[in-house]
Design a protein around this ligand. Structure first.
Ligand code: ADP
Ligand code: MG
Length: 315
């Protein structure tokens, strides 16, 4: 068995209490409450959770920007306390906030970062990285003149300057348009195909579902799931049939086998059912028996969004 790319063991972070904090604030915010998981080498690993769940806190501990309260973490087998230097060398982090000196050009940003890591001029990969993130034509532009998307891509290149085996992206697509998101995912997939282990945080379930082969979910600083994406999706056994009726609905349909019935408009109804218990044909049959004339039908599988609701409401 190959060791994991990242090992997180019982990580706890309590932020310092604000001055004069009262009640729950007097103790300081408990952002991580004993989180443990491994990131398998070679995977695209999604760390999923709503805003305030503790995702950035965890990433920033790995980055050495936040001190943990207790627990331990290893990056590429290097303990972040005992072997901080090697741990840092094994990871490239794209932070949630975009920060650049506006007067450096993309080329200079990468050269400076290379210098920071002590990489000799001849061994630097600035040109190659600019090519990879499709910024070669912006080589000499001031960072301040780049679009948000270009800045994001430059940050990915910057994180890869020292050729780390692990790339971490904290909410890379927050506030990013559809086209850029697609480009970013292509870039991430390419790097992963070349062997880079990728960790990304997001609060978009769809995104995690599409990209990640394994997903951990945190909520209020606690790990509530950690599974291969496929298994997580399979946890949602529910299916939804949405029907448009020929006439306005007078009374909502109901049946003991339906887990939920929702009216979506004067002629729209959505029925949620357990796909192990019945199928869409049976649902439609029941609706017709109750006197409804169906004009149009669509069905959908429960997605990660549904799993997430299930998991967070259960805990
Ligand atoms: P996420 O990235 O999942 O949105 P964060 O890790 O940023 O979550 O935050 C987790 C919790 O810790 C939140 O309640 C947040 O308000 C709190 N928090 C984050 N940073 C600090 C800080 N520097 N001082 C005090 N509390 C913080
Ligand atoms: Mg965050």
């Amino acid at each position: 068995m190959t060791p994991p790319a990242i090992r997180i063991d019982n990580l706890v972070k309590r932020y310092a209490a604000p001055k004069g904090g009262k009640g729950a604030d007097a103790e300081g915010k408990l952002a991580l409450n004993g989180v443990s998981f491994d990131v398998p080498e070679g995977s695209i690993f999604g760390l999923l959770g709503p805003n305030g769940a503790g995702k950035s806190t965890l990433i920033n501990i790995l980055a050495g920007l936040v001190n943990k309260t207790s627990g331990s973490a290893e990056i590429w087998g290097f303990d972040i306390d005992a072997d901080r230097r090697n741990a840092s060398r094994a990871i490239g982090i794209v932070p949630q906030e975009i920060v650049f000196d506006p007067f450096f050009t993309p080329y200079e940003v990468l050269e400076n970062q290379g210098g920071f890591y002590g990489i000799a001029g001849k061994d630097r990969r600035s040109e190659e990285l600019l090519e990879a993130v499709r910024l070669a034509d912006k080589r000499n532009a001031y960072a301040r003149t780049l679009s948000g998307g270009m800045k994001r891509r430059l940050l990915v290149a910057k994180a890869m300057v020292h050729s780390p085996p692990i790339l971490v992206l904290d909410e890379p697509t927050a506030g990013v348009d559809v086209e850029l998101r697609r480009q970013l995912w292509e870039l991430v997939s390419d790097l992963n195909r070349e062997g880079v282990t990728v960790v990304l945080t997001t609060h978009y379930l769809e995104e995690a579902e599409e990209l990640c082969d394994r997903i951990a979910i945190i909520n209020h600083g606690e790990l509530i799931a950690n599974k291969p994406t496929r298994e997580l999706v399979e946890m949602a056994r529910e299916k939804i049939v949405a029907v448009t009726l020929a006439n306005d609905l007078t009374t909502a349909p109901s049946h003991q086998e339906f887990s939920k019935v929702e009216q979506t408009g004067p002629r729209g109804v959505e029925v949620t059912y357990d796909k192990d218990q019945m199928n869409a044909g049976q649902v439609l049959g029941i609706l017709q028996e109750q006197g409804l004339t169906i004009e149009d039908v669509t069905t959908r599988e429960a997605d990660l969004e549904d799993v997430f609701v299930q998991l967070t409401s259960a805990g």
